[in-house]
Design a protein around this ligand. Structure first.
Ligand SMILES: Cc1ncc(COP(=O)(O)O)c(C=O)c1O
Length: 382
């Protein structure tokens, strides 16, 4: 499929489309030191981003996000637990990475109006980057979406539609309403370029950790799985360039009341079955039927990775502990990785001496911890 056409999914099988680069050519024009010598933004990786011209980039100023050492964890004295903090990106989440690239590409290919269902962060990022690009946008949110995620898209100039149900129902409604009139869908894995932006998570880790403390495993809070696929693709491309010798194990963390990917890993099935009656305090992880689950599962398995579930109570405790002990404001999704790490250390899945970055995908600032506590059913397991 040529990259010059504005397309959503594969015309033959309907599955996700991923971008292929001429890696021999890329290897001929960049060296290990090239990226690190450029300004510290996600656009420094431009040879492996799908832009024909750097001027096509729609940017709100995306910094390289810091990696914080969670050193004083007495439960894991010999492990190096790190936290990559994407709460510092525009609108406070990693969704900025994918939307920056996907909106840039959509505009370059002639799109005029963009839409997506969202649990909150993707909607805010889509609205912000579409506004920056001068494009129309529309966001479909579950009706239970909390403030400020509910009002941000409109404040950023997007149309907002509230839909009863989860992101699955929001997506169905979006696809039924946004037909014709130049609407282009920006949902997770239903267009090829958000994954490309998410890849910069892995490239940044390469810049920040390679040669010093290269990860043995990475814990990632998994909803639709674009981030995990982005990490896997980054490590594939770095391997093809001959710049890394070992890929980290990718570990999907999901809430125990909505864990279709972890269940499929446990049961050894090729794709995730829809999760019945899903619920969780982490809105971005409330994805009961992830589109493209086959690719996500394959990426985890090829990395030698695994899955782990955590309770809502453990997620809230982790948010509190990250704040108190480490000074980190983590979203419930990001905090889920901390809860997952404690569980995996106990099980021995994370071995003594290993280096393990946790991926904090969003800031905790938009969340009211007391209101989240009210969402946990009484008598829930810790
Ligand atoms: C903060 C946060 N973390 C994680 C996720 C899940 O992302 P992915 O689609 O990459 O699995 C989301 C999705 O909405 C999110 O907002």
């Amino acid at each position: 499929m040529p990259a010059s056409r504005l397309v959503n999914t594969c015309m033959t099988c309907g599955g996700p489309l991923l971008v292929d680069y001429d890696m021999d050519r890329v290897g001929g024009i960049v060296e290990r030191s090239t990226w690190a010598s450029r300004p510290p933004t996600m656009w420094r990786y431009r040879e492996l981003l799908p832009l024909n011209d750097p001027a096509e980039a729609v940017s709100l100023g995306e910094p390289i996000t810091p990696i914080v050492t969670l050193s004083e964890l007495d439960r894991a004295p010999s492990n190096l637990l790190l936290l990559k903090d994407d709460g510092r990106l525009p609108l406070g989440s990693f969704k900025a990475r994918g939307m920056a690239v996907a909106v840039s590409r959509a505009r370059a290919l002639g799109a005029k109006a963009l839409f997506a269902p969202s649990a909150g962060n993707a909607g805010a990022a889509l609205a912000a980057y579409a506004a920056r690009a001068g494009l129309r946008s529309r966001v479909y949110l579950p009706a239970a979406t909390s403030e400020p995620f509910r009002s941000w898209p409109a404040a950023l100039g997007a149309e907002t539609v509230l839909v009863d149900g989860t992101i699955r129902e929001a997506g169905e409604r979006a696809r039924s309403e946004c037909r014709g009139d130049g609407w282009f869908e920006m949902s997770t894995l239903r267009e090829p370029y958000r994954v490309e932006g998410k890849k910069t998570m892995g490239f940044e880790m390469f810049d920040q950790l390679h040669g010093r403390s290269w990860p043995d495993a990475i814990l990632y809070p998994t909803g639709g799985g674009t981030g995990l696929l982005g990490l896997a693709k980054a490590f594939d491309e770095l391997t093809q360039l001959g710049w890394i010798e070992r890929r980290p194990r990718l570990i999907a963390v999901q809430p125990d009341r909505c864990a279709p990917i972890v269940k499929a890993l446990d049961e050894g099935t090729p794709r995730a079955a829809p999760w019945p009656n899903p619920s969780t305090v982490a809105p971005g992880l409330l994805v009961p039927s992830p589109f493209g689950s086959e690719r996500v599962l394959e990426a985890i398995r090829l990395s030698g990775g695994a899955g782990v579930t955590v309770s809502d109570q453990a997620i809230l405790d982790a948010m509190g502990e990250l704040l108190r002990r480490h000074g980190v404001s983590a979203s419930p999704e990001g905090a889920a990785t901390y809860a997952g790490a404690l569980e995996l250390l106990e099980r021995g899945t994370l071995r003594a001496g290993e280096t393990v970055p946790l991926y904090n995908t969003g800031s905790g600032l938009p969340f009211d911890l007391a209101a989240l506590r009210d969402l946990v059913p009484a008598g829930s397991p810790p």
